[in-house]
Design a protein around this ligand. Structure first.
Ligand code: GLA
Length: 378
């Protein structure tokens, strides 16, 4: 993470002392678009994230410098003080959501920088929210528990950034633990850490970034969520979680073909997460991989959040004998996550780069995954 540059820039801009906080982005092995359906997700925090230097400035204003954008802004802390810059709205939103929960935030100076690739489906925005939620909680001794820190980030997305996201990204960013994935039940909010070390079993986990940008704001993401909520309501519940295919088939005439397909994907995905967790306990990576492919094609054909480039990457993976491959995150671009046997790794990466380049005129970016700790003070 970009610690040195953040220190230097903070000193240049504000010439006061500061404290450093960071929070990671995340991967998700399986369990996509299940969080807002009250279902299971299986993410882990990564070694890429956001770093912020921050210090109370004794005023009622926030002075913020986004190092990566070389952009500076100032804003107050009242609802009517919302900044125009979209990057600053994440910080403003976190301050507002803390205040709405009774926490008292005063003005502060901050410089921050991240190394989570933007639009890659690795939750750069959750990393930003968690960094500030955690930092303000500590700096102003607010005593907010870690689940609430995650919810503050999620509410920021809902109320200040236009995405009706679930809790997965912020949860993973706050609760991440090195070497572990987390299975979270998004209805009860119970979770369990699973040791995850594919290398010890002859596998590597690698992300291939199509560099196609997704735009979740005001978007198809919210439409997918609305589809699920309509079907859940027709079934007489709050969430799709727990619904069966038989129940869905029984109401097929009452819902649109599109909503039916969306719900079919979510119901299938619910079981796949549980299958993958069971398979991991037996070190059965073949089953993990099969479920990943099923998720990919479910997200592509039924949930319709994939795109041509990502379908192409998943197809190449299959042709190269990769154990599992699928689109990761919200969709509409970004990365595939790939589980690949060590002996097939080099050929897969070379082939994927060459064939993608031939078709789309640029290579996908390759990111090794290191499962890391969550939000913390440095
Ligand atoms: C985005 C959202 C998450 C989750 C995923 C899809 O990352 O922020 O809450 O819904 O998409 O699994």
């Amino acid at each position: 993470m970009n610690v040195d540059i953040v220190k230097t820039k903070f000193e240049e801009k504000f010439s006061s002392k500061y404290e450093l906080f960071c929070s990671p982005g995340r991967i998700n092995l399986i369990g996509e678009h299940t969080d807002y359906n009250g279902g299971f997700v299986f993410p882990g925090a990564i070694d890429k994230g956001m770093v912020a230097a921050i210090h109370p400035n004794g005023t009622d204003k926030v002075r913020a410098y986004a190092v990566d954008l070389d952009a500076y802004t100032e804003f107050g802390l009242k609802e009517e003080d919302a900044p125009a810059e979209s990057w600053a709205r994440y910080i403003f939103g976190v301050c507002r959501e803390i205040e709405k929960r009774g926490g008292k935030v005063a003005g502060f100076d901050t410089a921050f920088s991240g190394d989570v690739p933007l639009g890659a489906g690795m939750s750069s925005s959750a990393a930003l929210e968690s960094t500030f939620a955690n930092a303000l909680n500590e700096l102003f001794s607010l005593g907010i528990d870690r689940f609430e820190l995650a919810r503050i980030g999620q509410s920021t997305e809902h109320n200040y950034c236009g995405v009706k996201c679930g809790i997965m990204d912020q949860f993973a960013s706050v609760f991440g633990k090195a070497g572990h994935l987390m299975r979270l039940d998004c209805r009860s909010m119970e979770f369990e850490y699973f040791p995850f070390n594919p290398d010890a079993h002859g596998y590597k986990l690698v992300l291939l970034d199509s560099v196609v940008k997704h735009e979740l704001v005001g978007s198809p993401y919210n439409d997918r969520r609305a589809s699920c909520e309509r079907v859940a309501a027709t079934l007489g519940g709050e969430f799709l979680r727990g619904a069966t295919m038989e129940q869905l088939d029984a109401i097929k005439d009452k819902i649109s073909e599109e909503d039916y397909k969306r719900a079919r994907y979510v119901i299938g995905e619910e079981q796949r997460v549980l299958d993958v967790c069971d398979a991991l306990k037996r070190n059965d990576y073949e089953t993990v991989g099969k479920r990943m492919y099923q998720t990919h094609w479910g997200m592509s054909k039924d949930y319709e959040v994939s795109c041509e480039e990502l379908d192409f990457l998943a197809t190449i993976a299959e042709e190269c004998g990769v154990t599992g491959s699928r689109i990761m995150g919200g969709g509409f671009g970004g990365c595939t996550i790939n589980l690949v046997k060590v002996e097939l790794y080099d050929n897969f990466i070379t082939t994927a780069k060459a064939r993608f380049n031939e078709k789309y005129g640029h290579e996908p970016k390759v990111y090794a995954v290191i499962i890391s700790d969550g939000a913390r003070r440095l």
